[in-house]
Write a protein that binds this ligand. Structure first.
Ligand SMILES: *Cc1c(COP(=O)(O)O)cnc(C)c1O
Length: 393
């Protein structure tokens, strides 16, 4: 079984590039060039240097002793929360800004929901001195004021999406419209392992630095490269794809995905895409997504803004369908408790997205001799208000 993208841009039955004809030249230009550019020694050198000196990589692989003791297994945390800007997203935006420069692009556009990807994009545009326009739903702009302020301070223009539900999907539509109107000078930085081919593969490759580091770090600490399990939360699936990448074809490594169940998988307020989703097309690719009987996308819900997405990247749909990965979902309550637990046991306040991955211990028991690696995708600073409200702190 192959879990990587094939030459047609598919992961098994999922993926492809379902785009309006007007977008074809942009996407085709990227498709023809991305692997060539990524293989250039000067690209690799600049990417690695920035990940090291700007992002602060390698991120530590930390043996969480008190958490391990509590669940009677050996738990390592991959500390993406310690990256510059506080999450894994910057690995991708650094890669894509370098890609855009080599493609001769002078202008960057992005969509953002909660604002995390917008901030990561505005950050690398400031770093490179490139014009940056971030589309964001009007409702999200009101809900996410600190991230809007960050983007503006970084020099980005935040343009409100005023149509539809005025949230992420409408921002995405606006970004696509912009790209159609500016096909020559503009690159569209997509923020997760989603979108038309080659985006899911390109984003996965940029994020695969996570599992590349886990391999040599485990070799140093455990004397072997492969853990028994790798675990990550899934919104669109970029931190998960990066965490799994170098283990996909290592059969002895168990792959575990944790989605957001919101108020319960069958409560009507959930983002558990694999459990609730059916095949369909969203944002340019064929994948599992939450939809009504007549194919209208269902509004997702999760307490965590980063997991509040109605689809999942095509690689993950393939991992689900082939049963290569085990899929679980954690409710808001389970995630919040797991976040507080990590804070008390290890002195680390996780992003609420990452707390969903930590909630795996409420759903699955591991053996004492298992080596379990969890991707701690981001830090909890941005979620402090939510934690305060939830726990009455
Ligand atoms: C955006 C975000 C996620 C979800 O995005 P993926 O593409 O699924 O990784 C998870 N964790 C954090 C901290 C985020 O900011």
């Amino acid at each position: 079984m192959n879990y990587n993208v094939d030459e047609r841009g598919y992961y098994g039955d999922f993926g492809g590039a379902f785009i309006p004809e007007m977008l074809y030249p942009n996407v085709e230009n990227l498709r023809q060039n991305y692997l060539k550019i990524m293989a250039e020694p000067s690209f690799k050198e600049e990417f690695d240097q920035l990940l090291k000196d700007y992002v602060g990589r390698p991120s530590p692989l930390y043996l969480a002793k008190r958490l391990s003791k509590k669940y009677n297994t050996k738990v390592y945390l991959k500390r993406e929360d310690l990256n510059h800007t506080g999450a894994h997203k910057v690995n991708n935006t650094i890669g894509q800004i370098l890609m855009a420069k080599r493609l001769g692009k002078k202008r960057i556009i992005a969509e953002t929901g909660a604002g995390q990807h917008g901030v990561a994009t505005a950050t690398v545009c400031a770093l490179m001195g490139i014009e940056c326009i971030v589309y964001m739903g009007e409702i999200d702009i009101a809900r996410q004021a600190p991230n809007v302020a960050r983007m503006k301070m970084l020099g980005a223009e935040v343009r409100p999406a005023l149509s539809g539900s005025r949230t992420l999907k409408d921002a995405t539509n606006e970004a696509i419209r912009d790209w159609i109107n500016n096909p020559v000078d503009t690159h569209y930085i997509i923020g997760s392992a989603i979108g038309p081919h080659p985006y899911p593969d390109m984003v996965t490759r940029f994020q695969s630095v996570i599992s590349e580091e886990i391999k040599w770090q485990l070799k140093e600490k455990e004397g072997k490269e492969n853990p028994d399990y790798v675990i990550a939360c899934i919104g669109g699936g970029s931190n998960a794809a990066g965490t799994y990448y170098h283990f996909l074809h290592e059969e002895e490594v168990g792959i575990i995905a944790v989605e957001a169940a919101g108020k319960g998988v069958h409560s009507g307020e959930s983002a558990a895409t694999s459990a609730l989703g059916k095949e369909g097309v969203i944002h340019g690719c064929k994948t599992l997504l939450m939809q009504t009987k007549d194919g209208q996308i269902t509004e997702p819900y999760s307490i965590s803004a980063g997991l509040d997405y109605p689809g999942v990247g095509p690689m993950h749909s393939h991992l689900y369908k082939t049963k290569r990965a085990e899929f679980y979902s954690a409710t808001d309550d389970e995630a919040m408790q797991a976040g507080l637990e990590l804070t008390k046991l290890e002195g680390i306040i996780p992003a609420i997205e990452s707390s969903h991955a930590l909630a795996i211990f409420k759903h699955k028991a591991f053996k004492p001799e298992d080596v379990v690696v969890i991707c701690l995708s981001g830090r909890g600073d941005k979620d402090l208000d939510n934690y305060i409200k939830y726990f009455n702190l």
